[in-house]
Ligand binder design. Structure first.
Ligand code: SAT
Ligand code: MN
Length: 589
């Protein structure tokens, strides 16, 4: 008798028609076998799926070049197929479930002909965690199999854990033919199913990541009383050795990985890494909010990563770990056979080919590495890994940071008066777009809790869910809005960012621990400048004021834009959020 899992795999094989089926066991030997296959047998366009890099400075590292039309998430081709359009909300593309499945079935029929179907059994979360979920993804490319093995807890134990159960999370993935007209990333939240065809890139293809752990998990959390969030998890150790755990939501490519690995510039302070992208937040038995990171890998933006900006990340990438490290769409230093990207330490190498494998030099006005080029590396390689990382219960959260990329208007840090106000600060967050998704870069859009592309249901209901969560918390975390990206009159960033962000984190944990006061403003609480540790920083006084400036005039346009955004959600928008909106308007007047 076959299990529901075996039956499902057989059914999908009948549809996709692969040459063979390979069940991954998660072993080290297997990872090398998959890389060999990717180097010798599988191709995307004219390139092999993997190119072995020199292991001298970058141990166990391989370069992957994606299809040139397939370099970022594609939000316009991403659908959340809830039972009806209203449940998906104006924040998602929607298609009727039956129609969506018919479309996908047609595209999937025979899509793995001549290829191998890899069966990837994996856990999101520690297998002993009450919050973990067992999942299985099918794919037809070694790159996705190896990436999932770095990013998740993958292995044959998960098959045993699933046993005869039918409630495992399903993911069907195929590269298809890369035709953007036949590319779809579709979610069926009521069936725990993700179906993705036509893309091999990041969040479009590693279905445990955004697709399951955010879009589907946010819907599970809505029904079950927890939150699936696009957040970093860190522990901040102070000079007394006390560790305060915080999470931070920032949109894609706004520095989450840098924050997660932050190297403190303040003596005595240290940041411990628990996650750089996704946090599942549950109410623990003591009524506090606990965070786990369902992933075990880092999928970070390569350009700009250096010993200056993120030394712990460079160390992580240069650590010889148990898992291979992948570089996707970076440039290649041909003579050294090493990855290269804009912003790397040292001089530009003499002989560079760009992310597409074309000859490149710095006089060209193109980038050598794609702006959304990435590394995929095990979190266990990180020298700053928290000793609580594998704690199945997670860590208790004292503060939540909600941020965006705003060159104007928004102060460096604002503390919410209470949880309700904090949810409003998150809901009204705007951010200037980045290269992490295929759209115009630098356009302001609303990014509530950094979840715009990832909330698997109506965002109005999502705000309501956030408000409800606190009613069950004995000690709700304090909520802060952050913005590292404000610029001066010459367009230069005022705040140095990176390791210096510890100065903002210090103020935040001082507030959490009741060590300092704060100033009231129309938009929330901001620091007294005397409480900010600024020694050794070189910021002109006028600019320092600008970092915290609140210009009621400039806020008028912002209020308008927030109102337009909120109005879309109609009756789903909680009245508490509208009340907060009205108070903000009054305060600014
Ligand atoms: O491409 S991913 O969705 O995995 C990364 C990101 O956009 O945050
Ligand atoms: Mn992300």
């Amino acid at each position: 008798m076959s299990t529901p899992l075996e039956k499902w795999v057989q059914q999908q094989a009948k549809l996709t028609k692969p040459n063979d089926i390979y069940w991954c066991d998660g072993s080290e030997l297997e990872a090398h076998r998959l890389i060999e296959i990717g180097m010798k047998k599988e191709k995307i366009e004219q390139h092999n799926v993997f190119h072995e890099l020199s292991h001298k400075n970058w141990p166990n590292s391989y370069l992957h070049r994606s299809h040139p039309t397939d370099v970022a998430r594609t939000e316009q081709l991403t659908f959340v197929c809830q039972a009806d359009k209203e449940t998906s909300g104006p924040n998602n593309n929607w298609m009727d479930t039956k129609q969506a499945k018919e479309k996908l079935t047609k595209l999937t029929d025979g899509c793995m002909r001549g290829r191998t179907m890899y069966v990837l059994p994996y856990m999101m979360g520690h297998p002993d965690s009450p919050y973990a979920k067992a999942c299985v993804q099918l794919t037809d490319v070694s790159y996705v199999a190896v990436s999932m093995r770095i990013m998740t807890r993958m292995g044959k134990k998960v098959v045993e854990q699933i046993g005869a159960r039918d409630d495992f999370v399903r993911g069907i993935h195929s590269l298809g033919d890369f035709d953007v007209n036949r590319r779809f990333i579709m979610h069926f939240p009521d069936e725990n199913l993700v179906w993705s065809i036509g893309s091999g890139y990041g969040g479009n293809a590693l279905l445990g990541k955004k697709c399951f752990s955010l879009r589907i998990a946010s819907w599970l959390g809505y029904q079950e009383g927890w939150l699936a969030e696009h957040m970093v998890i860190i522990g901040i150790e102070d000079p007394q050795g006390k560790i305060t755990y915080v999470t931070a939501a920032l949109p894609s490519a706004c520095g989450k990985t840098n924050l997660a690995m932050l190297q403190s510039t303040l003596p005595g302070y240290k940041v411990w890494t628990l996650g750089d992208d996704i946090a599942w937040l549950n109410i623990g038995p003591d009524g506090r909010l606990y965070a786990i990171n369902p992933e075990v890998g880092l999928f970070g933006v390569a350009p700009g990563t250096s010993m200056k900006t993120n030394p712990n990340m460079v160390r992580t990438l240069k650590t010889a770990g148990f898992y291979p490290t992948l570089f996707t769409n970076t440039a290649l230093d041909v003579d050294a056979n090493e990855p290269w990207w804009e912003g790397m330490d040292g001089p530009v190498p003499k002989n560079v080919v760009d992310w597409q494998g074309k000859s490149w030099n710095s006089s060209l006005d193109t980038k050598a590495a794609h702006p959304n080029s990435r590394f995929t590396v095990s979190i266990y390689n990180s020298p700053t890994l928290s000793k609580e990382f594998d704690n199945p219960n997670g860590v208790p959260i004292s503060a939540i940071l909600l941020g965006g990329r705003r060159t104007q208007l928004i102060p460096l840090v604002t503390e919410a008066y209470d949880w309700q106000h904090g949810v409003f600060l998150g809901a009204r967050t705007g951010s200037e777009t980045t290269a992490a998704a295929a759209h115009q870069v630098g356009v302001l859009r609303r990014e509530p809790m950094a979840m715009t592309p990832f909330c698997g249901y109506n965002m109005g209901d999502y705000f309501g869910h956030w408000l409800n969560i606190s009613r069950k918390l004995t000690q709700p975390p304090k909520i802060f809005a952050v913005n590292w990206f404000r610029v001066d009159d010459d367009g230069r960033f005022i705040w140095p960012g990176f390791g210096e962000n510890i100065r903002v984190l210090k103020w935040i944990i001082d507030r959490v621990n009741g060590r300092v006061g704060a100033q009231q403003t129309p938009i929330g609480l901001i620091p007294h400048i005397k409480d900010l540790e600024l020694e050794g920083l070189n910021i002109a006084k006028g600019n320092l004021e600008k970092l915290f400036e609140i210009d009621p005039q400039a806020w008028q346009a912002e209020l308008q834009d927030i109102e337009t955004f909120f109005s879309q959600f109609g009756r789903h928008m909680p009245s508490e959020i509208w009340q907060q909106y009205k108070s903000l308007g009054t305060n600014l007047r």
